[in-house]
Write a new protein. Structure first.
Length: 128
């Protein structure tokens, strides 16, 4: 084996033949293209994380608890069975959760869509 001469590292390499130079240029373009796609993907992932952390849907729900004008208020009615009473009410956006106790003593949770006034869920509470 021949010993490596440190003086040879300072010498310039001979130029590549034209075919090898074209292959090198294609590989360099491929590398740059791949880096660009990876950076775009990384930016998309960080944007999704920031969106999820920031709670992107907060603008849709009013945050203030001020009295609404008649134009902004939602009017409607909820029909309950005779003798039923509402024990508790919880609001979240345009949805209401009612804790209802009916005349026969049956307790239920009722989910209401406040825009349409329709119940879209009813869960009976059964004690064991």
């Amino acid at each position: 084996m021949a010993a490596h001469d440190p003086a040879k590292f300072d010498e310039e390499e001979p130029p590549l033949d034209p075919a090898a130079e074209r292959v090198r240029q294609k590989l360099a373009r491929l590398l740059l293209g791949s880096l660009g796609v990876m950076l775009l993907g990384l930016i998309a992932v960080f944007a999704a994380i920031v969106y999820k952390i920031g709670g992107g849907d907060r603008a849709a729900v009013p945050q203030e608890s001020a009295v609404l004008s008649p134009e902004q208020a939602i009017a409607g009615e909820v029909r309950l069975p005779a003798g039923a009473e509402i024990r508790h009410l919880a609001l979240e956006g345009r949805t209401a959760l009612l804790h209802v106790v009916e005349a026969d003593g049956t307790a239920a949770l009722v989910l209401l869509d406040l825009e349409t006034g329709r119940a879209f869920g009813r869960h009976v509470i059964i004690g064991e």
